[in-house]
Design a protein around this ligand. Sequence first.
Ligand SMILES: [Zn+2]
Ligand SMILES: [Zn+2]
Length: 175
Amino acid sequence: MRIYLPEIKRSKGEAVDLSFRGSFHDFFGRDEYPAGGSIEVIVSACAESDKVIVRGSMQASLDIECSRCLRLFRQEMHTEFHEAFLIVSGSADDEDPDLLATAAANELEVRGNYLYLKEFLRQVFILDQEYSPLCRPDCRGLCKDCGTDLNSGICDCRLDSQVDLRLIKLKELIR
Ligand SMILES: [Zn+2]
Ligand SMILES: [Zn+2]
């Protein structure tokens, strides 16, 4: 996704809208996201003196791994963003779009005719993601001894330790 600067300069403060709807692979062009899932991005950009003001929203639906039980579950997210990119002089027409996208995201600067938003939007997405996603708030996770998914039942080691606990309590009672 990129914004053509001459167009937004020409429209004098009037916003230029862009949108994308499709898969993560198509949008980010990377293999780090599992197949499937969808993302919708709506961007509105306008020129304001020496800056490009970008605002918009991102809506995504993606299968991610639960941090406790490692099962895939569908996560929905919705976030909004608002950023100003400083227009710096110099041509960039022969530069790699990926490098320009990284510069835009990290320095909030734009050089040349295009503002490449891919990396910026990738960071928006990552920042909005939970650090430890859970398939449900009370996910029981995996047994640390045998790896059984404790959401689907109790494993033998848990039964053993429960029996042990009961025996200990019984001993305490007898004493
Ligand atoms: Zn889980
Ligand atoms: Zn176990």
